[in-house]
Each structure stands twice: as C-alpha cells, then as structure tokens.
Ligand binder design. Structure first.
Ligand code: AMP
Ligand code: ZN
Length: 476
C-alpha cells in the first residue's frame, strides 16, 4: 500500500508524547485472525497498569486442520458483542474523584456507575480482512456511541511492545501485593549472573520497561521475524522468513509426525504445542541432542535420516550471506519425506524426529540473532525478547540461553513474556493504544482495515505511521 499521508512518516512518536496527569483507561478489541479478544486496561501515572478484564474465544478450526478464514469470521461475528458486554461489567467504578464520563451498567443487584473508557483501541491490521472489519466496525460503533477517540493500531507493533505491557502489569501487582509473583514470565539471565528466573522490579520505575532499544524475535503461527525496536514507532526488521513461519512449519510437521491418536485428541490446532509435549514425554537415550547444550548442526540420526540446517553453508560468505533470512519449509518437507518413506514408523523414531525438527529450527533461529548482534547498531543491545506462541516452548528457551552463553553473550537478558500475552490477545492491543494515545495519535473514523501493514519505517507503506487515517493532537 502506498503512503497516503507521507509527512506523517517523519513524526517521531516519542517527541509527540503528551504527559498524562491522570490514569488512562481503554477498551481494546483484537480480531485479526481466529481469536476474538477483548480487554479493559488502565495505565496509571507511574507507568504500572491494571488489567480489569481480558478474555478471548478462539474459533474452532479443528475440522479444517488449520485456520479457515470463513469460520474465523463467523466466530468473530458470533462472539464479539457478548465479550464486549461482559467487559462492560468490569469497567472500573466511576468514583467521585474521576472526571471521565459515566456509564450505568445493569447488574443483578441494581445499576452500577462505571467509567466510560478514555478511548477505544482496535487492531486495524495486518490480518485477515473480514476478521479485522468485524473488530474495527464494533470499535467504531463504541467510539461514536460514547463520543471518545478511536485508536486503530498495528498488530505487529503490539507483539513488539508486549514486554512493556507485562512489565507494567508486573509493577502493578508488586505494588498491590508486595510479593514476588512473576508476571513478567521468564526473565532468564545468563549462567554468569546466576542463571535465575526471577520476579522483577522493573515495573515500579516511572519509565516503561524494557527501555528502547531492544531486540524482539517474534515466533508465531504467522510470523518469524527479528525486530530491532528503537522507539515506539520505529521498528527495523533485521531478519524474516523467506517461506513459511516457524509455527506454521511446526504445526504442519506435527500433523505428519504425531501418532494419529494424539492429533485426534488435540484440544485445538496448535499442533506445535502437542509436538513439544510428545517430544518431551519420555526420555530417549537415542536422542543425546535433546537437552544437550552444544550445537548439533546437521548430523545424521541413528535412524539414518538427517535434517539440514537452513542456509548453513550456501553462498560465498556462508551463513552471513543469508543473515536476514529464515527458512523453515525445508525442515518441514524433510520431516514429511522421512515419514512418507516409512509410514509404519514406530513411536520412538517419531519422538526422535519431533525433537530434531525443533532442534534444527531453534538453532536456525538463534543463529540469525547471533549474526545480527555482530552489527555496530545492535552490538550494545542487552535485551532479547522472544515472543509469539512458539516462544512458550521450553526447549527453545534452553537452546537460546545455551547458544548466547556459548558465544559470549552471558550478559544478554532473555525475556519470555507469559504465553497468554504472546499469542494473539487484546491486552497487548490495549497497551499499544495507551502508548500511541500518550504520544498524541488518534485514528480517523473513516480508517479501513489493512490486510498488510508493515512496522518497518523503510517499508513501501512507510511503516506504522505511513498509512492514512492517523492524526496527531500534539503537533497542531
Ligand atoms: P500465535 O500465532 O502467536 O498465536 O501462536 C500460535 C503458534 O504457536 C502455533 O503455530 C502453535 O503451534 C505454536 N505453539 C504454541 N505453543 C507451542 C509450543 N509449546 N511449542 C511450539 N510451538 C508452539
Ligand atoms: Zn499475532
């Protein structure tokens, strides 16, 4: 898509930041794929946040063995109004100290005065068009009815900002409970600094955390990209997949490798998760690579097959000639071929194959992180966030920590936000709305859903601020 409003591309989000003297409340809607999700999030003056409501309903795509756009669209249409209705019950009470608008909510024991959100946030793109439209139109309706601004935000920017949401939530819970509950998920420090997973105090600070710049590796069902987040709206894509996403490959490979009894009883179509459970279920002495720390590269298994590491040796500069590229389709097609050649394959060999698929994929992922860290612009970065559904994989965490330590990055902090905030969810959309709102951004009610919408400033569409429909209340 061409930039319709080019000058807006040059505004720097941080410069337009509007200081907030009060708490900010938003109701957020996410419908970009097959999850219908609604959240109510409040950001406090000290940058902590309270999640008053967060719920999602995922369309049942099991019979299609993958996300089916029509089923996803129907599920959004069926569920969005009910979720919003439920969310209203969780809006904070409208106390006398609040100067916002009040909504009277009907409850079993009479009416209750609730605060109307300061604005509505919704995913505007990228995603499946019909799904996005369901959420966007609902959001526009609420914004018009309540006479409040609309923020149509970028789904990928929201994934990149997720660790800042989680730190803010963690800060609020620490302030409220004074305990060490670890809402930040795993913050895994290197062995050199103690090899710990700890609760964190970062959310207490007045600045959002982690501060920019940081690196995010987004590993989901639809995306595989390494992003250098320099500021709220400036995210440079350092590497991305040239074929399919790692989660997509794991899902497809799982369908080839898993015993059919496991596939039939899977609770949803996140077969990658089932693949991990299957691979980890039993220790197998024939698999020394699993749980080991040294990089295995591509070595032949005891069963005679081998999965090649993508882009390992090709090109005159070896792996460096493909440092901006991930590739996963080769891993998936090798796994399929191995099973096709031996349809009666026993469970032990299937388990071994499942482990090797993950090992080669995760070593490939971390190889691009290590190559990117050699560049002058990134060499001082010491925070790597790994987010997206695949980031909940325990083996991936181990492969990353081991590889970073082995290559001299013991001081690199690895942040794995909790899975519920890594998969598609409305809380991350709400947080993105809050940060964009504070930077002065608002979305026109005429804004359309965007099937494609880059987050990189250098992309053809100009990235987050390159598209039409934004206006900034702080720069006029
Ligand atoms: P997302 O696209 O961020 O909603 O994440 C969904 C993707 O993550 C799907 O491809 C899942 O199969 C994958 N996934 C979820 N949990 C795991 C896991 N533990 N190991 C590997 N992949 C996973
Ligand atoms: Zn997503």
């Amino acid at each position: 898509m061409r930039p319709v409003c080019p000058p807006i591309r040059h505004f720097h989000c941080q410069l337009a930041r509007v200081p907030q003297r009060r708490n900010l409340l938003t109701l957020a809607i996410e419908t970009s794929c097959d999850d219908t999700s609604v959240a109510v999030l409040e950001k406090h003056k000290n940058n902590t946040a309270t999640l008053h409501f967060h719920s999602k309903i995922t369309s049942d795509n099991r019979s299609y063995r993958g996300v089916y756009p029509i089923a996803a669209h129907e599920s959004h249409q069926k569920n969005i109004a009910g979720l919003v209705k439920e969310a209203l019950q969780h809006l904070p009470p409208s106390g006398s100290e609040r100067n916002g608008k009040t909504l009277s909510i009907r409850r079993e024991n009479g009416n209750s005065a609730r605060k109307i959100p300061d604005f509505i946030t919704v995913t505007r793109g990228p995603g499946m068009r019909a799904s996005l439209i369901t959420g966007l139109d609902t959001a526009k309706g609420l914004a018009v009815a309540w006479q409040i601004p609309l923020l149509g935000v970028n789904h990928m920017q929201a994934h990149a900002l997720t660790p800042r949401l989680v730190a803010a939530l963690d800060g609020a819970s620490l302030d409220l409970a004074s305990d060490t509950r670890n809402l930040l998920g795993n913050v895994i420090h290197s062995k050199a600094t103690g090899d710990i997973t700890r609760g964190t105090e970062v959310g207490r600070s007045m600045e959002a955390s982690p501060p920019f710049p940081f690196l995010t590796l987004l590993v989901s069902g639809g995306h595989t990209m390494l992003v250098h987040s320099k500021s709220l709206c400036d995210h440079e894509i350092l590497a991305s997949t040239t074929d399919i996403a790692v989660g997509d490959m794991l899902d497809k490979s799982a369908r080839d490798v898993l015993p059919s009894s496991l596939l039939e009883t899977a609770p949803d179509v996140m077969y990658g998760r089932v693949l991990e459970t299957f691979a980890l279920a039993q220790s197998d002495t024939k698999s020394p690579s699993f749980g080991g720390s040294a990089s295995q590269g591509s070595s032949e298994s005891l069963y005679g097959w081998k999965i090649n590491t993508p882009y390992a040796r090709s090109g005159p500069k070896g792996a460096r000639s493909h440092l901006q590229s991930f590739s996963f389709s080769g891993i998936g097609s090798t796994a399929k071929r191995v099973v096709d050649q031996n349809p009666e394959m026993g469970e032990g060999e299937r388990r071994h194959l499942a482990r090797d698929i993950m090992r080669v994929a995760f070593e490939h992922l971390v190889s691009r992180v290590l190559l990117s860290l050699e560049a002058p612009e990134t060499k001082n970065i010491r925070t790597l966030v790994v987010s997206g559904g695949v980031a909940s994989n325990q083996y991936l965490k181990q492969v990353f920590r081991d590889a970073l330590d082995r290559e001299g990055y013991e001081d690199m902090t690895l942040v794995f936000p909790p899975p519920k905030y890594c998969t598609d969810n409305a809380a991350m959309i709400a947080w993105t709305g809050l940060e964009m709102y504070e930077a002065g951004w608002r979305t026109d009610l005429s804004a359309m859903a965007l099937r494609k919408w880059a987050i990189d400033l250098k992309a053809d569409d100009g990235g987050i601020l390159g598209i039409d429909g934004w206006h900034n209340v702080a720069v006029h």
